[in-house]
Write a protein that binds this ligand. Structure first.
Ligand SMILES: [Zn+2]
Length: 330
């Protein structure tokens, strides 16, 4: 293993404890021994290491992603010959979308400008956009799109595996669901052959995930989560149990419940203690007088044992920062 490869693996293993890191090291060595030589390439090795980290410590990757997200920044380094470098540490999907937008504008400009190469055009467009100058070109419709893939059970928080972004690789499921619920994101169903895992058909419809998740929560819970309240879910507020930025929650079915306006306001009122577990449907409210009321929602269908041969549907998301998603809405 060369130094660069070792550094990439170390970055992947950094969030886990020392004892888990030893276990990852042992499993990685075992796995690389079974695979072809291309598995030893730094990028592939880092990918295999990240799969093993997920298996050894499922929460580590999400914790590391949150820490990395908190470290986002813009830096400026002055170089020689009157040149400087400005760079930004951003979430991968945001950086990819931003670069794709600059790249698409530069490529469009190049059609009528042979005096500047593509690198120079991208640098000029980048500076114009940041400085609020007119770059002399509009953004092409298909620019700034990133492709996120994940199995439907991961989209619905029933699993934590399988999410990846084209050109970037695997990303934590909680972060993938956060991207998915961006109001500009569009999702599309891709039916895969259970035997091969390859796509065999595309769903005809596309959906906006935010409204789909809201509808799923309404269908699942059917009424306000406060035990004695029967207010229909469709007339309730969509309440995040935990906020992504403040409490590390995410916009997902396992972090939401309907709460009528009155009980939404009561949630944080002095003396009231509210608890709702969206995954299991248990709810409790303790009043200022110390009386606790509890409830458990009924499932929509009688649960059945899972059938091991059933491959879940996969969904593909096309996330757009440039408003180009309309072509998927028809
Ligand atoms: Zn209520």
């Amino acid at each position: 293993m060369d130094r660069y490869g070792a550094e990439r693996v170390l970055n992947v293993v950094a969030p886990v404890s020392d004892s888990d890191a030893l276990e990852v090291d042992r499993l990685l060595e075992e796995k690389l021994g079974r695979l072809s030589l291309t598995a030893w390439q730094p990028r592939n090795m880092a990918w295999h290491a990240s799969q093993i980290v997920k298996q050894v410590d499922p929460g580590a990757e999400t914790a590391a992603a949150r820490m990395a997200h908190e470290g986002r920044k813009v830096t400026l380094d002055h170089g020689v010959y009157a040149q400087s470098r400005i760079s930004a540490d951003l979430p991968s999907d945001v950086a990819s979308a931003a670069f794709a937008r600059v790249d698409a504008m530069a490529r469009k400009l190049r059609l009528g400008d042979s005096s500047r190469n593509l690198d120079q055009l991208r640098a000029d467009v980048f500076a114009d956009l940041l400085l609020g100058n007119d770059p002399g070109v509009t953004v092409p419709q298909s620019a700034a799109m990133v492709y996120l893939h994940m199995p439907i059970d991961t989209a619905l928080s029933m699993s934590e595996t399988g999410a990846s972004i084209d050109g970037i690789g695997p990303i934590p499921a909680t972060y993938a669901r956060e991207i998915m619920t961006n109001p500009k994101s569009i999702w599309r169903k891709v039916l895969c052959d259970p035997a091969t895992g390859n796509p065999v058909d595309l769903g005809r419809s596309s959906y906006r995930p935010t409204s789909t998740i809201r509808t799923l929560v309404e269908v699942r819970d059917r009424m306000c989560v406060v035990p004695w309240c029967r207010r229909p879910a469709r007339h309730c507020d969509f309440d995040h149990q935990q906020q992504w930025t403040k409490d590390h929650g995410s916009t997902a079915v396992d972090n939401a419940g309907p709460r009528c306006r009155k009980h939404h306001r009561l949630k944080n009122a002095p003396g009231w203690i509210n608890h709702y577990d969206p995954a299991h449907g248990t709810s409790s409210v303790t009043t200022p007088l110390g009386v606790t009321y509890t409830d458990k929602r009924e499932t929509v269908l009688e649960p059945r044992p899972p059938e091991p041969d059933n491959e879940p549907y996969w969904v593909q998301f096309r996330c757009s920062e440039a408003g180009s998603s309309s072509r998927w809405c028809s």
